[in-house]
Design a protein around this ligand. Structure first.
Ligand SMILES: [Zn+2]
Length: 69
């Protein structure tokens, strides 16, 4: 018997969540796949206008729903 679909959540260190960003400058929305460590250190640039003024949107990894406006 094959247990092929067993333990799919056990991806310690191997998970690559996708983060969504939106550019404040041109409004371009884009997604970047990177590790959590990369997210801390990496400077995200807009692929369209190369601006660093990007804001992170809802990530597929950690969807925090704090509605503050
Ligand atoms: Zn842009």
């Amino acid at each position: 018997m094959l247990w092929s679909a067993y333990g799919v959540t056990d991806a310690e260190g191997g998970i690559m969540p996708t983060y969504e960003f939106a550019c404040k400058k041109c409004g371009k929305k884009f997604a970047v796949m990177m590790s959590i460590g990369e997210r801390e250190s990496k400077r995200i640039r807009c692929p369209k206008c190369n601006s660093l003024r990007v804001v992170s949107r809802v990530s597929t990894f950690c969807a925090v729903t704090s509605k503050k406006s």
